[in-house]
Design a protein around this ligand. Structure first.
Ligand SMILES: Nc1ncnc2c1ncn2[C@@H]1O[C@H](COP(=O)(O)OP(=O)(O)OP(=O)(O)O)[C@@H](O)[C@H]1O
Ligand SMILES: [Mg+2]
Length: 255
């Protein structure tokens, strides 16, 4: 199958030449679900930011290519990149509040997403809210009136409406209780099933990765050090991947 996203040799540096991502390469097939894990500060969110055109000075892409459905992302103009970001690649954020406009109720924000994707908001907005398990009257709420889990689900509803080819979910369940975590994983699962998007699922939580992604990339110090089946992580060759796999297995083992 032809890859939908192909990242090759991606490097990100600060203006002073400190290299934060080095030679990051991976590819996603259409509809594939892949985890991206690694210790705090290893470069997971930077990878997402680079692929969504959201790096800001002093950081910039200093090498490599990223091709999405045949379009080379790093050579796009800012305007074209904004268009890609809405339609072809979409990111949900570690702090979802920053991705929603604080002064606008959720309804108009989802209606705008429908306008971008050329769908009828009267049909797709209630449908998306239902799929992610939010009550229909959430459209009247401002973002500050939503809990962290509800904000995450609002972003997943937005992704459902925009129907991107690739969804990057950056720590969508971190800091949430286990029931909310389950609801968000179900919402993500429903989004992928409904749209056929490929998913890059960034998380610290190997249990969540296991629930949603059969394949996992492990990152350490700005580089991908392992690319393996999620349930083979314990036996992975790189020590960073082994440590993550074993630590998760120990936490899951009965005391
Ligand atoms: N604007 C910036 N300027 C300089 N360094 C930065 C900037 N943003 C991030 N970094 C550095 O890049 C590295 C990777 O950060 P990143 O946010 O990608 O980590 P992460 O893997 O997502 O961690 P976490 O799991 O804690 O979210 C870190 O060392 C961080 O300090
Ligand atoms: Mg991060």
């Amino acid at each position: 199958m032809v890859d939908i996203l192909k990242v090759s040799g991606l490097s990100v540096e600060t203006a002073k030449g400190e290299r934060l991502l080095r030679d990051v390469s991976f590819a996603l097939a259409p509809g594939e679900r892949c985890g991206l894990i690694g210790a705090s500060g290893c470069g997971k969110s930077l990878t997402a930011a680079a692929l969504c055109g959201l790096l800001r000075p002093p950081l910039s892409v200093t090498g490599g290519t990223a091709t999405l459905e045949g379009v080379e992302l790093f050579s796009l103009s800012p305007k074209m990149w904004r268009k890609q970001r809405r339609g072809a690649i979409f990111q949900t954020f570690q702090s979802p509040g920053t991705a929603l406009t604080p002064t606008l109720r959720l309804g108009p924000q989802l209606t705008e997403a429908a306008r971008i994707s050329g769908a009828d908001p009267r049909r797709v907005v209630p449908e998306a809210l239902k799929i992610v398990g939010l009550p229909a009257d959430t459209v009247r709420q401002f973002p500050y009136q939503l809990s962290g889990g509800m904000k995450q689900r609002s972003l997943i509803a937005m992704a459902l409406i925009l129907r991107p080819r690739v969804l990057i979910a950056d720590e969508p369940t971190t800091g949430l209780d286990i029931l909310t975590e389950r609801d968000i994983l179900r919402a993500l699962d429903a989004m992928i099933e409904a749209t056929g998007a490929a998913l890059l699922f960034i998380s610290h939580d190997l249990r969540a990765v296991r629930a949603i992604a059969p394949r996992t990339l492990v990152m350490a110090a700005g580089a991908i050090v392992e690319d393996c089946a999620t349930d083979a992580l314990e036996n992975a060759s790189h020590p960073a991947a082994q440590r993550l796999g074993q630590a998760a297995a120990e936490l899951e083992a009965p005391c």
